[in-house]
Design a protein. Structure first.
Lengths: 160, 678
């Protein structure tokens, strides 16, 4: 099957039932998506499928063949970080960082769908992502900060 | 495996010097004292800790590890501070037994009070040596030279030299660190200020490689056969000559690419990918012998029999650390040498465990600990590294083993459960007259009361835990503060006093009083009037050189669900190293504390964990995050203590006291929500 990852088409011959997470990590070296629970409960494995946040640990690879897959490795525009990536750094919105790629991609999808999301909508939308280090308030602050940046810059051209 | 010598060579520098540096380090490594515990002297020469390359690049070495507490950043600040350079010019090598000085492990909030001073001493000594070398070559008074950004200038600015040029003139192996050169906190330039996580960019771009991300050419994926319950054994099929086990491996062995690995009663799988490994594991047909074990409902009776004289009994459940990155290891054998990349708080300890397991010298083993996906006290042990090494040895290829979430919940260790009993008495003026405090099983940390009382007896009683238990953020200080501060609140009510006034009546410790004053002032304690649905509570304490007070506002909804709406914590741990990161640690402790306070609990029955999945074990999420305000008190006159643990201790009692203030219900079990809703 063909997987289109960060704009690049790659041919893989794998069991289509195998979860996307392990194809990305073990076959194609996109290790930004993390294993956290294997049952879609923690969000560490989040990637974007046609711009929508999906738990890659419970997504059969065959179901996303040919669709646009965006991983954390493909979010920045060359050296220019996505505003959400930048805001995570500025707000110190991480400790161990293991949940961070999933947090960033979930919030990218959330703001893409609703650029005017309120704080409570962001909280609700991010409920499926666990940060065991407990940096939730900083993540909320980072998303809010990036949301403003994106609105003021009219970041429609940002990838994903 | 690359040696420290080769690594230093790759950084650049005089080869003769580096050989002697390496030789010295190796002499220390193989010296009389085996590295199997405490008591190892740290090297006292600068070259073991610091390297300055001819191009001025600075590399510092520490056996401590980064697990999210941001010591990569704080130690970088310490080194940059002393060398008077930008933090970006300092690279830190951490937790690599092949490259860094020996270290006991990263636990007990010890990095800031013990490692930072060593790094500072070495960097400060290096700075003074470089200044002396420059002054000597220019024949000027060392006091007349200035240092900026890694360059030394003489007073009249006619000469200047970079650290890199000067460093090659110094025999660092024989330069001993001098603590007298260290900069006092009041004069810090880099530390004491905010600095973003030094490798944050790698993390937000997904480029940082955790142990579980590591990959080697030809690497296989492993799985390990686990018993259905604790203590279960494979049924033996003994013959006169040998012992074998009743397990049918033919189905698994028949799967292409699969090797079934066995070593005594250890059985595991290696396979070309994780899917085939899982399939092969499921195809093993073992016959188990299980044994009867106690269940959750019997736990507190098992720990302590009822004692009618006790005025208050508190119970603490087992909880799990749930590091988002489970235990992971990549093991690679090259001849008789072994390298393991693994997430652990004790790389040198894991090296010892491997040396014992494989009966080989520690010198042939290298543990590399990439900054890991959190630990919270839960990654002291090396079982995953040993398993990966066993599989790799049998397969003859590198093997990656990542524990599943279920394995992490079941086969790692837990925060101890426990029972705490308190007997107390008051004088008529509201002062404590008697304090008897007994902790059974959960642990002795944070046991001594900070309150003044002449007649007191405080004791920890060891009990053999029915489940595997171990270290956890703050250890038993959380349990002991929960019991003590809940009980103090009850005594305040008994005395008819405000909880704050009652505590102040019984406190002398100025640092506890200072955080209590700061927290209650920010919170607006004097105006906080609890109602039936909104409660306000406070708690305070100290542990590991940190002083904390917290106030909580909780809302109780019609379903008797508890929502923590606002938490104010005041924290003081001496001189502040990085205010923003300190705040972040305090906030993280508050969030983790909410989980243990309200809903986290391991359920078990007859040797089985009943909730070993994130769908069954509730951890704090976005909806649980209250408004958090952290008040930091900076004491530049007091050496910095660690902050990754102690802020957690005040959360459960502050919440419990707020529930009491609203409802009059005193919940004496952690987690509190199940008891409150019962």
């Amino acid at each position: 099957m063909d997987l289109v990852i960060n704009g690049q088409r790659t041919r893989v011959s794998v069991d289509p039932e195998r979860p996307l997470l392990f194809i990305l990590r073990n076959e194609l070296d996109y290790t930004g998506a993390k294993y956290g629970c294997g049952e879609g409960q923690c969000g560490a494995c989040t990637v974007l499928i046609d711009g929508v946040a999906k738990r890659s640990c419970v997504t059969p690879a065959g179901s996303v063949a040919g669709k646009e897959i965006t991983t954390i490795e493909g979010l920045a525009d060359g050296d220019r970080l996505h505003p959400i990536q930048q805001a995570f750094i500025e707000c110190d919105a991480m400790q161990c960082g293991y949940c961070t790629p999933g947090m960033i991609l979930s919030s990218v999808a959330l703001l893409r769908k609703n650029p005017n999301a309120s704080e409570s909508q962001i909280r609700e939308g991010m409920q499926g992502n666990v940060c065991r280090c407990g940096t939730y308030n900083r993540i909320l602050e980072a998303i809010e900060k990036a949301r403003h940046t994106m609105l003021s810059e009219g970041q429609e051209n940002h990838r994903a | 495996m690359p040696s420290r010598r080769e690594f230093l060579h790759s950084l650049g520098g005089g080869l003769l010097l580096l050989w002697s540096a390496t030789d010295l380090l190796e002499a220390q490594e193989s010296g009389g004292n085996r590295r199997r515990g405490g008591g190892n002297a740290l090297p006292d020469n600068v070259s073991a800790w610091l390297h300055i390359a001819p191009d001025g690049k600075i590399t510092a070495f520490t056996g401590k590890v980064e697990v999210g507490q941001n010591i990569r950043t704080s130690l970088t600040q310490a080194v940059a501070d002393e060398l008077r350079v930008q933090p970006s010019s300092v690279q830190l090598v951490m937790g690599d037994t092949g490259l860094t000085p020996w270290d006991m492990g990263t636990f007990g909030s010890r990095t800031t009070p013990t490692m930072a001073p060593v790094m500072r001493k070495m960097a400060a000594t290096a700075r003074e040596q470089l200044i002396a070398a420059a002054a000597k070559s220019w024949q000027v008074d060392p006091k007349s030279v200035t240092v900026t950004d890694g360059r030394i200038h003489n007073g009249s600015a006619t000469h200047s030299a970079g650290y890199g040029e000067l460093a090659t003139q110094i025999d660092w192996v024989h330069v001993v660190g001098d603590a007298n050169c260290v900069t006092p906190a009041a004069n810090w330039q880099v530390a004491g200020h905010n600095l973003a996580k030094v490798n944050a960019r790698e993390i937000v771009t997904g480029r940082h490689k955790y142990a579980s991300d590591h990959k080697l050419p030809g690497m296989l994926y492993g799985r390990v056969l686990r018993p259905p319950s604790f203590g279960a054994r494979l049924t033996a099929a003994s013959t006169y000559q040998s012992t074998s086990y009743q397990i049918d491996i033919t189905g698994a062995s028949a799967i292409p690419g699969v090797t079934v690995v066995s070593d005594g009663d250890f059985f595991g799988i290696t396979a070309p990918d994780e899917q085939i490994a899982a399939k092969a594991l499921a195809a093993l047909k073992p016959k188990w012998e299980e044994k009867q074990q106690i269940s959750e409902g019997e736990l507190f009776g098992f720990i302590k029999k009822d004692d009618a004289s006790t005025s208050a009994r508190y119970t603490i459940s087992y909880i799990a650390h749930v590091p988002l990155e489970p235990r992971a290891a990549v093991a690679n054998w090259e001849g008789d040498k072994l390298t393991v990349w693994t997430g652990t708080q004790r790389p040198f300890g894991v090296r010892s465990e491997l040396a014992s397991a494989f009966k080989m010298p520690e010198e042939q083993i290298r543990i590399i600990m990439p900054d890991t996906g959190s630990a919270y006290g839960g990654k002291h042990s090396g079982e995953c590294a040993i398993e990966a090494a066993r599989l790799a040895k049998a397969a003859g290829k590198p093997v990656k083993l990542i524990w599943t979430r279920e394995e992490e919940f079941t086969w790692a260790y837990l925060r101890p459960a426990g029972v705490i009993e308190i007997n107390s008495a008051l004088n008529t003026d509201g002062s404590l007259s008697s304090w008897q405090f007994h902790n059974y099983m959960s642990g002795p940390s944070g046991l001594p009361t900070p309150y003044e009382v002449a007649d007191k007896h405080e004791q920890y009683h060891e009990v053999d835990s029915p489940l595997r238990q171990g270290s956890y953020r703050g250890l038993a200080a959380t349990a002991n503060h929960f019991a003590r501060e809940s009980h103090m609140d009850d005594l305040a009510a008994k005395a008819g006093m405000d909880p704050l006034a009652f505590r102040l009546r019984n406190l002398q410790n100025p640092r506890v009083k200072a955080v209590l004053a700061a927290a209650t002032e920010r919170f607006g304690w004097s105006k906080a009037q609890s109602t039936k649905t909104t409660g306000f509570g406070l708690a305070c304490g100290l542990e590991k050189g940190g002083y904390v007070a917290g106030c909580a506002e909780v809302e109780i909804d019609p379903n008797r669900d508890i929502h923590v709406k606002r938490v104010v914590v005041a924290w003081e741990c001496g001189a502040i190293v990085n205010p923003k990161h300190l705040e972040n640690q305090v906030e993280g402790a508050i969030m983790m504390g909410i989980g243990g306070a309200l809903f986290e609990a391991i359920h078990f029955s007859n040797g089985r964990i009943l909730n070993p999945h994130l769908a069954q074990y509730r951890v704090p999420r976005f909806s649980d995050a209250p408004r958090i305000e952290v008040v930091l008190l900076d004491r530049k006159d007091i050496p910095s203590a660690g902050a990754g643990e102690t802020p957690i201790v005040c959360i459960a009692p502050a919440i419990g006291n707020a529930i009491f203030a609203a409802t009059g219900s005193r919940i004496r079990s952690m987690p509190m929500l199940p008891a409150f809703q019962a």
